[in-house]
Design a protein around this ligand. Structure first.
Ligand SMILES: [Fe+2]
Ligand SMILES: [Fe+2]
Length: 474
């Protein structure tokens, strides 16, 4: 169980390490200042029906109650230690899992933790203005839940930095509160976390696509030989599942509403669909193209010696590492990656160790395809002849072997000129974004009411009805 009587709730026996406790108590007000500046806008006096972790066990870890968000009990929760756990891959395979940072991997590990940690406050910053245009009180509550949990994920990484990396760690923890999403002078580390999230369609796409990148990164780190990192990522994953649910169900409800309106009014043309105040399926497809391609870049270069080093050192594993039936060392294994040669996309085999980014990206794509299939079923059930597709892996990429090439959604290698000619068919244009945002000019917060462009969810939060007062404005 988690001790909530302490200033910083935790299950790591923080009270026994006075120096660490004081350092984190010093960081805490800086964190709260950041939350007041960069957390959800104008939300600080709201009372929100939120879940809070009360135990790290898989069953019943959450308790629901009204919380004034700045008083959310952000804390440090790790999965319990398995005394028999080993390093499960790389050259140290079979050694007992490390309870301390191995000296030779100190700076690499710190970089991995900082990069993960940086994404957490970034997404809160990206989403901070969306409360003003929420489609319902239910959705408003959900975005706030996502935001406080991303804040907690920051705490998770900051704990590791403070506990295991001394002064360097403390400085990195401060810098995590200083960078800002989209800032020209001091931006967040990764590209997708500097893109704006200007509307709710973008928000649901982000939580479906980009939070799922978070999931795959956390899964790879949950395999780490550095046991405290593995244990903290395992608990973070239980929170991540909710974020992806918000994204998938959000897009699904938008599609459902569009299909209902199309059928009722017997319209198919996008401009007729828009005239009825819902988001046409073509625009939804373009948002998919954008968010998918930007998120694919987060996995990094197809061939990467860093990825190989992380693996060989035992710091970052593969998705589902311990369930894979190979030698977990990969010296002789190969893996296919794509390349553009003479205007053609060709596949070639490279040492599997160097292709671990690509492999994680492929694991991710598989899950994305399944989610897209569930969205497609909503359209099929409405009897509307429209197919959602994922663009080719090389479409609109800025990192890796496809960067600098102009690939169509079908996987054709084009000239820049030819690609640009079609850009507005493939990517959300300014006009598309303006239209989507025009639907979201104010917030819908009457009990049980939903904006016209989105269907209500199947059920409410924690078995509460849809007209429950999920947010109390004071
Ligand atoms: Fe997160
Ligand atoms: Fe998340």
């Amino acid at each position: 169980m988690i001790n909530y009587t302490e200033r910083i709730p935790n299950n790591v026996d923080l009270g026994r390490d006075r120096v660490l406790q004081r350092a984190l108590e010093h960081w805490q007000p800086a964190y709260l200042n950041w939350w007041f500046d960069m957390g959800p806008n104008e939300s600080h006096s709201y009372k929100v029906y939120l879940r809070t972790a009360i135990s790290v066990e898989t069953d019943g870890w959450a308790q629901f109650d009204y919380v004034q968000m700045p008083e959310y009990r952000w804390g440090i929760f790790l999965q319990p230690r398995d005394e028999k756990r080993q390093v499960n891959f790389g050259t140290h395979k079979g050694d007992p899992a490390w309870q301390d940072v191995p000296g030779e991997y100190r700076s690499t590990l710190r970089r991995i933790i900082v990069t993960q940690g940086d994404t957490e406050p970034a997404s809160v910053e990206q989403q901070r203005l969306l409360g003003a245009s929420c489609p319902s009180m239910y959705d408003l509550r959900n975005i706030f839940q996502v935001n406080v949990e991303e804040g907690r994920h920051l705490w998770a990484m900051v704990y590791l930095l403070h506990r295991y990396f001394g002064r360097d760690g403390r400085e990195e923890a401060e810098a995590l509160l200083e960078r800002r999403s989209g800032d020209t002078d001091n931006p967040r580390i990764l590209g997708a976390f500097n893109e704006p999230t200007p509307d709710w369609l973008s928000f649901y796409m982000f939580t479906f696509f980009t939070d799922r990148d978070g999931k795959f990164q956390l899964c790879a780190l949950a395999e780490s030989g550095f046991d405290p990192l593995a244990r903290t990522c395992r608990f973070m994953l239980t929170e991540e599942a909710h974020h992806m649910f918000v994204g998938e169900s959000g897009v699904s409800r938008i599609i459902q509403r569009t299909c209902e309106v199309m059928k009722e009014n017997k319209v198919e043309d996008p401009s007729d669909v828009r005239a009825l105040g819902v988001i046409d399926l073509q625009t939804i497809q373009k948002y998919i193209n954008f968010h998918y391609s930007v998120t694919l870049d987060l996995y990094g270069s197809d061939v990467s010696s860093n990825a190989a080093n992380y693996y060989t050192s035992g710091l970052k594993g593969r998705f589902g590492e311990t369930k894979i039936g190979d030698d977990h060392i990969l010296t002789d294994a190969e893996y296919p990656v794509s390349e553009v040669i003479n205007g053609k996309i060709v596949e070639k085999k490279v040492p599997a160790l160097t292709a671990l980014n690509e492999r994680l990206r492929d694991d991710y794509i598989e899950e994305i395809e399944a989610g897209l299939g569930r969205w497609q079923r909503v359209i099929d059930q409405a009897g509307i002849p429209f197919r959602l597709t994922l663009p080719h892996k090389g479409f609109h990429r800025a990192i890796g072997n496809f960067a600098g090439h102009w690939i169509s959604p079908d996987g054709e290698v084009l000239t820049e000129e030819a690609w640009k000619k079609h850009e507005s068919e493939w990517m959300p244009s300014d006009a598309d974004r303006t239209y989507v945002q025009s639907l979201m000019s104010g917030r819908v917060v009457e009990l049980g009411k939903f904006a016209n462009w989105i269907a209500p969810p199947l059920r409410g939060v924690n078995q509460k009805p849809l007209n429950f007062e999920y947010v109390r404005f004071n």
